[in-house]
Write a protein that binds this ligand. Structure first.
Ligand code: ATP
Ligand code: MG
Length: 477
């Protein structure tokens, strides 16, 4: 069972207090019980003494005493308290037993059998309905055994009162302690809550996107090194500081790398254009070349073309990574898809090309060139990674968002490529052939452009059914 620290602290403090109170109360009760019994025993001893003294006096039997009460007339001696029990035992037989009920009045009671066992040391004897008595015995000069006793009721009622008071005080103490403990513990753990809130705020930040971030910090008040929570708060702040610095350094180096890629790609465009231009010029120049030179010029042109595409792709990715703003306008995706499919059909007429468009315009806020590039990358994949005769279907669906699907019934994406198919330079083994000509950046661009439009792209692929799904925010006109 999971219990909060606050509950644990409060419950354990209360349990501890209750246990200590119980021990103190028990010890007090036992000590008080012993003290009261001792006091009663000494009263019983005095009463027994008075009884033997009264029995020894010659005028033992006042005239007014009824004959049956004479045996216990020692109860009437001065100083005996009301309720005193007295019995005379002669030759082991109880002659009479009575209790002093008022001034000079005694009332006879039934003698319990255990009366014969009473000695000089006071013991407890039960008198039935009259309750328990402490009794002591003493012998008269004429050999009779006089048993004198005092009721235990006073002791019992005092102990009962003590236990009630102790229970009430303990309960009140526990209730007070619970309230005070809850307030104090709550106040003590409140800084922990603030630390947790700071940690939670930091954990919700999108740290994976590589941007430099300003991380929340624990308030200054919770970083006092003299307190345990303060030490944790201070350590958390230092850690957040390190994380922030690490992110800044990483961001800085990524920015530098991006800028380098962008600059390098940019710089490569001109010489590449020159290579393509000169190759073309040489081919068309009218000079006669041998077959080998003609082949070499053709290769130079095609490889330079491939490299131009690669450089353009790298430049675009570097710009998207750097968060360069797109040229956003409200545009209908339907004509864009139709154009892209027409281009694809022109490039691969032996595939079957199908289009499903909605009745309504599919309006999004987008960069027309970039979205066209997305569509042509997806359609180029459906064309280059599938055999002729494959059916490719481009569908636009309207819901809360605009959903564009490019599906084909080709062989599907190789299983080992599928998990990172949107990664950079991820491509299937087949694409390494010069013919396919792919660099593995096509889907990375699809993913980056879609993300820059606030959308997302997904793929599912099994042999015979490969579907790329773009999801873009719809503009409602
Ligand atoms: N429709 C598809 N059918 C089968 N495989 C696919 C399909 N689309 C993508 N792939 C696989 O995913 C890989 C990555 O695709 P991506 O478009 O990123 O790179 P590429 O097509 O190889 O190169 P580029 O697009 O840069 O010219 C491809 O190499 C291919 O193996
Ligand atoms: Mg591709």
């Amino acid at each position: 069972m999971t219990v909060s620290l606050e509950t644990k602290l409060v419950v354990s403090s209360i349990a501890l207090l209750a246990a200590v109170s119980a021990v103190i109360a028990t010890a007090t009760t036992l000590l008080f019980h012993d003290f009261l019994i001792d006091r009663l025993d000494s009263q019983v001893t005095s009463a027994a003494h008075r009884s033997t003294s009264a029995a020894a006096q010659p005028g033992d039997t006042p005239g007014s005493t009824p004959p049956q009460a004479r045996e216990v007339s020692f109860l009437l001696s001065p100083g005996q308290a009301e309720g005193t029990f007295g019995a005379r035992i002669r030759e082991g037989v109880v002659r009479r037993a009575a209790v002093l009920t008022g001034i000079a009045t005694v009332s006879e009671v039934a003698a319990p059998p255990s009366l014969a066992t009473v000695t000089r040391e006071p013991v407890t004897v039960g008198l039935g309905p009259l309750g328990d008595y402490r009794m002591a015995a003493a012998r008269t000069p004429d050999g009779d055994l006089l048993v004198t006793g005092l009721p235990l009721a006073g002791v019992t009622s005092m102990l009962t009162r003590l236990v009630i008071v102790e229970a009430a005080v303990t309960l009140a103490g526990v209730a007070l302690m619970a309230a005070a403990c809850t307030v104090l513990v709550r106040r003590a753990v409140r800084p922990l809550g603030r630390l947790a809130a700071t940690a939670a705020r930091v954990s919700e930040l999108p740290l994976a996107n590589g941007h430099a971030v300003r991380l929340a910090r624990v308030p200054e008040a919770d970083t006092d090194p003299r307190t345990e929570v303060g030490q944790v708060g201070g350590a958390l702040n230092r850690m957040l500081g390190h994380v922030e610095t690490a992110f800044a350094v990483r961001h800085e180096s990524e920015t530098r790398l991006r800028r380098f890629i962008a600059d390098a790609s940019h710089e490569l465009r001109t010489p590449l254009a020159s290579i393509v231009g000169y190759a073309e010029l040489t081919r068309r120049g009218g000079e006669r070349h041998g077959p080998q030179t003609t082949h070499a010029l053709g290769r130079i042109r095609s490889e330079a073309g491939r490299m131009t595409t690669l450089v353009e792709d790298l430049l675009l990715l570097a710009r998207l990574d750097a968060g360069r703003p797109l040229d956003l306008v409200e545009l209908d995706l339907s004509p864009l898809v139709v154009n892209a499919v027409s281009d694809a059909y022109a490039a691969a007429p032996r595939h079957r090309w199908l289009i499903n468009l909605p009745d309504q315009p599919a309006v999004v806020l987008g960069d027309a060139d970039r979205l066209h590039q997305v569509m042509s990358n997806l359609l180029a994949n459906a064309r280059t990674h599938t055999p002729p005769g494959t059916t490719v279907t481009a569908t636009i669906r309207l819901g809360e968002r605009v959903c564009v699907e490019v599906a084909d019934d080709g062989p599907g994406i190789p299983a080992h490529v599928l998990p990172q198919v949107f990664g950079r330079f991820a491509r299937g083994d087949g694409s390494r052939s010069r013919l396919a000509g792919g660099s593995g950046l096509g889907l990375a661009i699809v993913s980056a452009v879609t993300a820059a439009h606030g959308g997302r792209v997904d793929v599912r692929s099994v042999p015979g059914d490969t579907v790329f799904t773009l999801d873009l925010p719809q503009v409602v006109r």
